[in-house]
Design a protein around this ligand. Structure first.
Ligand code: ZN
Length: 135
């Protein structure tokens, strides 16, 4: 039980105020992605309407590609945000998934969806890099 979060000094945890701040940022990011995707799709629809018939097919083809790319990027980000909000609800937010140490407030402000402390994140990236080179 030595790795229990309870063994950490309480002042290293996020305060209720800090969690509220980060919660608001996550909610805002969520709203931004949703409205952004609507605007982008709306722009494409408008653009398509003014195009000549022969261009229409090409445009609609690239629309599909764009929508798929957009959806993929958004799905990933949305999942991360939803996961962060879920962790917040469970009281697990702000604790590194790998080592159980608190993630610093400045790091979370820069990247609210972070689920690892900077040490573990750096270590993971260093482990991943040579692995990728061999594949
Ligand atoms: Zn860690």
């Amino acid at each position: 039980m030595s790795d229990s979060p309870q063994s950490l000094p309480p002042d290293e945890y996020l305060s209720a105020e800090e969690i509220t701040t980060l919660h608001d940022i996550l909610q805002q990011q969520l709203a931004e992605i949703l409205s952004e995707s609507k605007e982008e799709l709306h722009d494409l629809t408008e653009q398509r309407e003014v195009d000549a018939d022969e261009l229409d097919l090409a445009v609609s083809e690239s629309n599909r590609d764009f929508q798929l790319r957009l959806a993929d990027r958004e799905r990933r980000l949305l999942r991360k945000i939803q996961r962060a909000l879920q962790r917040m609800q469970n009281g697990e937010y702000g604790v590194c998934e790998s080592c159980g140490n608190p993630i610093s407030f400045p790091r979370l402000m820069a990247r609210p969806v972070a689920s690892q402390c900077i040490d573990c994140k750096t270590e993971m990236e260093q482990l991943e890099r040579p692995k990728r080179a061999f594949v």
